[in-house]
Each structure stands twice: as structure tokens, then as C-alpha cells.
Design a protein around this ligand. Structure first.
Ligand SMILES: Nc1nc2c(ncn2[C@@H]2O[C@H](COP(=O)(O)OP(=O)(O)O)[C@@H](O)[C@H]2O)c(=O)[nH]1
Ligand SMILES: [Mg+2]
Length: 228
């Protein structure tokens, strides 16, 4: 997916007022630390170390922004948010980060979509449930609607039965989220592996549809009968 491959580092922020003024649609990557977030971003962007895949989870206490699209006319940003739930992070720092992240997810005006990374062997944990509760109001249909894509990571480690089971459980949980958010919300889930690259093209295609101008393009294509 050439579009995702265009990702390049833009800026890093340790607090919200260091972020650029809201403009381009932002796609936030969130998840428990060690869920495979950095690996997923690197797989999507086809960079080996675009998002530093750390052996010391929880170390990245920053929001890292990456720019996508043509250099002269970028059309989206990836926002790599710090992973949550890493036990060894000092409590004060953890609480500060929870607040920064919650504020970002609740209020960032340019937030267009959220990619939630969940280890397929664990499914949604309590912290993921809390995150879903936090963002559900923003998933409500309307002009400011935020999309949600859940990637069940490390799918290469699951057998067929386990794959079906985790998918079914997550679909049921997301069904409840969708019922809360309201009809017309855009919530998806798929199995994903940075290792086997399963789901990489599907995920990149979904995110491509979230960038600036994607809606207008789809409308033109539909009007021309090129397919919806
Ligand atoms: N088998 C397998 N391991 C993965 C995959 N993605 C990540 N990992 C491993 O899971 C650990 C955490 O990955 P990382 O991307 O750093 O997670 P993050 O903390 O969420 O950014 C690392 O040891 C990765 O090598 C995957 O798709 N398959
Ligand atoms: Mg990471």
C-alpha cells in the first residue's frame, strides 16, 4: 500500500500543547504496551524502525506524529500514542500519561480515526475496555465522527480455533460499543500480524479511506459508477 509507505517522522510531543494546531486528519494508534503497536506501524509503513519497536515496553512516553501522503500535499497524520498498562512505569508518570492520552482522545479536534492494537492471545483486557468506554462518545455518527479499527495482533501465534474464538468475542464486544455509539458509526476488527503480514493490506486500505479527501473521492467514484 504505497500511501502508508509514505509515512515519515514529523514531530514528537510530551504534552498536548506541543502538538501542531489541528489540521490534517489524525489516525491515533493506541494499545497496551507490548500489544505490537510499533511493529504494526512499521509493517504498515514498511519501515523497519519508523516507530521504535522497543524491547523495553512503556519507555516511549511521547506522542510521535508521522506525516503521510505527497510531501507537497500531505493528507493525514499517524499519531503513535504511548502504550498503557506497563507495570514498571512509575505511578506518577503513568497517571500523567493517562490524563494526557484521555484528553487527546476525548478532545483532539483533528482526530479522524483510532487504531486499537490488541494482542490476539489476550483479546480485550480491562484497560482496553476502559479505553473503549472513553472513546465511544466520539464514535457517534455525524460530521465529527471518529472511526475505530481494532487490530488483533500477533495472529500468527494462533491456531484456527483460537482465531475464530477471539474474533467472535471481540465482535460481540464491539457490537455493544456500536450500539452505544449509534447507527452509522464506523467500527471494524481484523486479525493482524506484522510477522506474516496478514491483515496489513486490509488495514492500510481502511486507513487510506480515512485521509483528507477520501470521502469526496469515493463519492465521485460512486457517481461515475466505478464502485462505491
Ligand atoms: N509473533 C509475533 N510477534 C510480534 C508481532 N508483532 C509484535 N510482536 C512482538 O511483540 C513484542 C512487542 O512488540 P512491539 O511492536 O514493540 O509492541 P508495542 O509495545 O505495542 O509497541 C516484540 O517482541 C515483537 O517482536 C507479530 O505480528 N507476531
Ligand atoms: Mg512500542
Amino acid at each position: 500500500m504505497a500511501w502508508a509507505h509514505s509515512a515519515r517522522f514529523l514531530v514528537t510531543a510530551s504534552q498536548l500543547d506541543q502538538l501542531p494546531a489541528p489540521g490534517l486528519p489524525e489516525i491515533a494508534f493506541v494499545g497496551r504496551s507490548n500489544a505490537g503497536k510499533s511493529s504494526a506501524i512499521n509493517a504498515l509503513a514498511r519501515h523497519r524502525r519508523l516507530a521504535f519497536s522497543s524491547r523495553m515496553p512503556g519507555r516511549t512516553q511521547h506522542i510521535n506524529l508521522f506525516e503521510l501522503g505527497p510531501k507537497v500535499a500531505p493528507d493525514a497524520l499517524f499519531a503513535d500514542l504511548p502504550g498503557y498498562g506497563y507495570a514498571a512505569v512509575e505511578r506518577g508518570a503513568k497517571l500523567r500519561w493517562q490524563r494526557v492520552m484521555a484528553e487527546y482522545l476525548r478532545q483532539r479536534r483533528s482526530l479522524a480515526g483510532i487504531v486499537l492494537l490488541v494482542d490476539a492471545r489476550l483479546g480485550f483486557t480491562e484497560l482496553d475496555d476502559r479505553l473503549l468506554t472513553l472513546v465511544t462518545p466520539r464514535l457517534a455518527p455525524g460530521t465529527e465522527r471518529v472511526r475505530l479499527l481494532v487490530l488483533l495482533t500477533k495472529a500468527d501465534k494462533l491456531n484456527r480455533r483460537e482465531r475464530q474464538a477471539v474474533l467472535a468475542r471481540c465482535e460481540a464486544a464491539l457490537g455493544a460499543v456500536a450500539a452505544q455509539a449509534g447507527e452509522g458509526c464506523d467500527i471494524g476488527v481484523c486479525l493482524f500480524s506484522a510477522l506474516s503480514r496478514e491483515g496489513v493490506v486490509d488495514a492500510a486500505t481502511a486507513l487510506h479511506g480515512w485521509r483528507a479527501g477520501a470521502g469526496a473521492e469515493a463519492a465521485v467514484a460512486a457517481a461515475e459508477g466505478v464502485g462505491a
